[in-house]
Design a protein around this ligand. Structure first.
Ligand code: HEC
Length: 192
């Protein structure tokens, strides 16, 4: 058959079959002057073949590419679920803290206030321990008596905000006001 031999030649010269229909149409038109496609019926048959053959080839090809991958449905479901699962999980809080929580609380714990002695050792003893730079020496009753006479409120304010060469909070700005007050109380108690 002339058409099939031409089709065969066409397929082998153009394996991608990108425009099979158009090419077949061209074939049919060229045959109109010959003997093969003469009636509308023949034209319809050729057109149907032109449509069915490439689609069949495409389906076979698709089957060949994807058909080898047989996936177990349960496995597929699991892998899809693992891919679409949410980033975080909602944990219901029912009284007892979740296991990870205590560590976080412990890390935030340093907010606990230091005692007067702790603050003194950390921030005050450098000057007040030996009476450096005119600082009233801790435990020196004569040096502290006139200062204590000013009243606790003044001592607190001077210790917190600074006073002459006395730096605010002894230079430790991270201390809370209450911690500095506790250190003042500690020094005042030592001078009584
Ligand atoms: C850098 C040295 C230095 C450090 C550190 C320091 N002080 Fe003083 N402080 C002084 C000096 C100097 C004075 C005396 C100021 C003056 O009367 O001329 C003083 C005075 C004071 C007074 C008396 C203020 C008054 O009204 O007479 C208090 C109370 C005091 N310091 C508390 C503290 C406390 C509490 C700390 C620690 C948190 C501290 N100081 C750390 C140097 C220091």
């Amino acid at each position: 058959m002339l058409i099939s031999s031409r089709l065969q030649r066409f397929v082998s010269s153009n394996p991608t079959l990108e425009t099979p229909f158009l090419t077949l149409q061209a074939l049919v038109m060229s045959e109109e002057h010959g003997t093969l496609v003469k009636t509308p019926k023949q034209l319809i048959i050729v057109s149907v073949i032109a449509l069915v053959v490439p689609v069949g080839i495409a389906l076979l090809g698709a089957q060949l590419v994807t058909g080898s991958k047989r996936v177990d449905p349960a496995e597929a479901k699991k892998s899809v679920e693992s891919r679409i699962k949410p980033v975080g999980e909602l944990v219901k809080f029912d009284g007892a803290p979740p296991p990870a929580a205590p560590a976080v609380v412990a890390a935030a714990a340093p907010a606990k206030a230091k005692s007067g002695e702790e603050v003194y050792q950390l921030a005050c003893t450098a000057c007040h321990g030996a009476g450096i730079a005119g600082a009233p020496k801790t435990g020196d009753k004569t040096a502290w008596a006139p200062r204590i006479a000013q009243g606790a409120a003044t001592l607190y304010e001077h210790a917190i905000k600074g006073f002459k060469t006395m730096p605010a909070k002894g230079g430790q700005s991270a201390l809370s006001d209450d911690e500095v007050k506790a250190a003042v109380d500690y020094q005042v108690a030592k001078a009584k």
